[in-house]
Design a protein around this ligand. Structure first.
Ligand SMILES: NC(=O)c1ccc[n+]([C@@H]2O[C@H](COP(=O)([O-])OP(=O)(O)OC[C@H]3O[C@@H](n4cnc5c(N)ncnc54)[C@H](O)[C@@H]3O)[C@@H](O)[C@H]2O)c1
Length: 330
């Protein structure tokens, strides 16, 4: 099978490329390299530099390759940035997805996997968030992704294009063989930021609020290893290939870890006691975001294999060390 991966030069998309190639599939990557890098594009993938909204280019890809499924990872991904610059998010995520998916509905491709996010949900102060929880994003990033979901749902109606929307919780870690990992040095994911402190690329970690209604007062998140996230995508592709119906599923472990717990874990694993500074709350941060992924596990038999925070942190740490050694930064 030949799969088109938009955003395949980015953190998560590159892991999808590796997994599909490992399983004997062909991969075509379309990426404009705004936050991705050719350095993590597998050498046996076909790489095309360009934008998903360049429909002439997209048409030429479909002319040149027999694409069976599309996995759409391309997008702008930083919550704080979206608060400062909402236009960029509505344009790059929603508007360009509108154009791209409209194109797909008129093409021969019948399977679309879309990267969505837990940021589409309304805050839930306790318990796990299932797919039926109300969607009510608290920032432009989440809004832009929810708009993408609605666009996909509405445009696919009455066409042959089936979709599988996956809502990710906090994706972290790196490929066990260290073939890929986080490549965007501007990424402000918590674990990456802690590791940057360990490697002295950053002076300190700011903790945004210790007055949340959680056990230790810091925010609680559900961290999922990127390779487990990708195994969920493979099941989604398989489901659509077998003629299954469109669906939406969460991908997370259902385990909450607080910001303070993560900081502590990174310090223990790295044996480096970096500096932390408590600052005020950040706007748009929910106190607790933990997945109910029961649907993905029971309906699609998703079995996470790396559900262990030490493995997540260790693979991320080893990846960042390797990047430094190979002077690999994007
Ligand atoms: N990282 C997370 O924790 C997380 C959580 C939830 C959802 N997601 C979603 O997963 C997807 C991938 O995220 P990531 O963490 O790998 O981010 P990333 O920034 O590493 O990857 C995004 C890739 O898309 C490319 N890109 C951006 N706009 C493009 C465009 N218009 N045309 C072509 N290429 C474009 C970038 O160059 C980059 O390579 C995103 O859609 C994001 O919203 C990520």
């Amino acid at each position: 099978m030949k799969v088109l991966i938009t955003g395949g030069a980015g953190y998560i998309g590159s892991h999808m490329a590796l997994e599909l190639l490992d399983q004997g599939n062909d991969v075509v990557i379309l990426d404009n390299l705004t936050s991705g890098s050719k350095k993590i594009v597998p050498s046996n993938a076909t790489f095309i530099e360009g934008d998903i909204s360049n429909l002439n280019l997209v048409q030429s890809i479909f002319d040149d390759h027999d694409i069976e499924a599309v996995t759409h990872f391309a997008g702008s991904v930083k919550v704080e940035d979206s608060v400062k610059n909402p236009f960029k998010y509505y344009e790059n995520n929603s508007f360009k997805t509108l154009k791209f998916v409209d194109f797909l509905t008129k093409s021969n491709v019948k399977k679309l996997i879309f990267s969505s996010t837990a940021a589409v949900y309304e805050e839930k102060k306790s318990g796990l968030i299932s797919e039926s929880h109300t969607c009510n994003p608290s920032n432009p990033y989440g809004q832009s992704k929810l708009m993408c979901e609605n666009i996909i749902r509405d445009l696919c109606k009455g066409t042959n294009l089936k979709f599988f929307i996956l809502r990710y919780f906090n994706v972290a870690g790196a490929d066990i063989q260290l073939r890929s990992g986080q490549i965007d040095e501007n990424s402000n994911h918590l674990i990456k930021a802690c590791i940057d402190c360990v490697l002295e690329k950053r002076k300190l970690i700011e903790i945004y609020g210790l007055d949340y209604d959680t056990d230790d007062g810091s925010c609680v998140r559900d961290f999922i290893h990127v390779s487990d996230l990708i195994s969920g995508h493979l099941l989604a592709v398989e489901h659509l290939v077998k003629g299954g119906d469109s669906d939406i599923c969460n991908l997370g472990y259902g385990k909450g870890l607080s910001v303070l717990e993560i900081v502590d874990k990174v310090k223990k694993i790295s044996k480096i006691n970096f500096t932390t500074k408590i600052v005020g709350r950040r706007s748009g941060d929910a106190s607790r975001v933990v997945a109910d992924s029961n649907k993905m596990m029971t309906k699609y038999n998703w079995k996470p294999k790396l559900d262990d925070i030490d493995t997540i942190i260790l693979t991320a740490l080893n990846w960042e060390k390797q990047k430094l050694k190979k002077n690999y930064e994007a």
